[in-house]
Ligand binder design. Structure first.
Ligand SMILES: *Cc1c(COP(=O)(O)O)cnc(C)c1O
Ligand code: SF4
Length: 329
């Protein structure tokens, strides 16, 4: 039995939380008092304790649980739901760097994530040989230096904040030295999943960079945003970073206008603007998260009627080969 919120882990570091995430279905079952099938989906269960503590015990339909619990539906093959829906496998040049859109390039800092989200479009991505290490590092920096059209570098992954701060500080210094860059953006779920990640060492290098910083967090449901997350976001905002959120529209998690409205309001209350609401990518094993084709229009209309424009995220999809994410509706 794992106690849900023992005082003993309140003071633990983010590294401790990364190392002690729940990855045994039996441990999850006993912590929450629910039944969990042991399944071999090829994408293991992984949920850190601060996130687990926000799941309602005894509720098999909890919207946070649904994002992390491996279920048998993942094993049912579905036409058109494929391993690499974004056709990224052969796009990378050099390794660890994706340059699909004008002005901005994306670095795959690490394949690691704090949490395994069942709907993730990269659940089948061959990370081990793609991340930025060793020789790939120098190649990526050369690329960024030599392309004068680039303004923004996006740190992504996996979760870039799963990398340690020494490595991140070194990278950020190297980016500072590239004159044509103006902006450093970080796509991360860690401040939500393990708020302890927003430690002094992270704040130090964020504050030190000359680049404008944008931090795009990832929350799908208002229950993901508790008091510890609020504190973490406040610390990030204190560095001068712009804070945005991206979500994925997921059946059984947030495919209700009420939930999405509450999510926008709670984000705003924590100093974060909703940026993108992504259409689910058609990745193998995720079809049970598909809210259907007609749901989004009604949802977005209800949100527009209820919220100021700046709290309505753009509903977007990534279409392989296009020069930007496509705004739908
Ligand atoms: C999503 C994405 C970006 C960023 O796109 P924005 O519309 O600027 O948020 C950049 N590069 C890649 C490869 C992406 O997938
Ligand atoms: S944190 Fe992001 S990259 Fe990692 S599994 Fe979740 S959605 Fe995918």
């Amino acid at each position: 039995m794992i106690p849900l919120k023992p005082v003993s882990w309140q003071g633990e570091s983010w590294q401790w939380h990364l190392a002690n995430a729940v990855d045994e279905p039996a441990a999850l079952a006993s912590a929450l008092g629910i039944e969990v099938d042991p399944l071999d989906t090829g994408f293991p269960l992984r949920v850190p304790l601060p996130y687990l503590a926000r799941i309602e015990p005894g509720n098999p339909d909890d919207p946070l649980l649904r994002q992390v619990l491996p279920v048998a539906e993942e094993l049912v093959p579905a036409d058109g739901w494929i391993a690499d829906p974004l056709a990224e496998r052969n796009l990378e040049a050099p390794a660890g760097l994706l340059h699909k859109y004008a002005g901005r390039a994306l670095l795959v800092m690490t394949g690691a994530c704090a949490i395994n989200c069942r709907y993730c479009f990269r659940r089948h991505f061959p990370y081990a040989d793609r991340q930025l290490d060793g020789p790939a590092w120098a190649g990526a920096l050369d690329y960024l230096s030599s392309d004068q059209t680039l303004r923004e570098v996006i740190l992504s992954g996996g979760d870039p904040l799963a990398a340690n701060d020494r490595r991140l500080a070194r990278l950020s210094e190297a980016l500072d030295a590239i004159d044509h860059l103006t902006t450093l953006r970080i796509h991360t779920r860690l401040p939500v999943v393990i708020p302890q990640r927003v430690c002094d060492a992270l704040l130090d290098w964020l504050q030190a960079t000359r680049l404008r910083t944008v931090i795009v967090i990832h929350a799908n449901h208002p229950n993901e945003l508790d008091g510890d997350v609020r504190d973490a976001l406040q610390r990030l905002a204190g560095t001068g970073a712009t804070l945005l959120n991206q979500s994925v529209l997921l059946a059984g998690v947030n495919d209700s206008a009420e939930v999405l409205i509450e999510l926008s309001e709670r984000l705003f209350d924590m100093g974060v603007l909703p940026y993108y609401l992504h259409r689910l990518d058609r990745v193998q094993g995720a079809r049970h998260f598909d809210p259907g084709a007609s749901a989004p229009r009604q949802l977005l209309q209800t949100m527009r009627n209820a919220l100021p424009g700046y709290l309505v995220p753009r509903f977007v999809a990534e279409i392989p080969g296009e020069g930007a994410k496509r705004v739908l509706l």
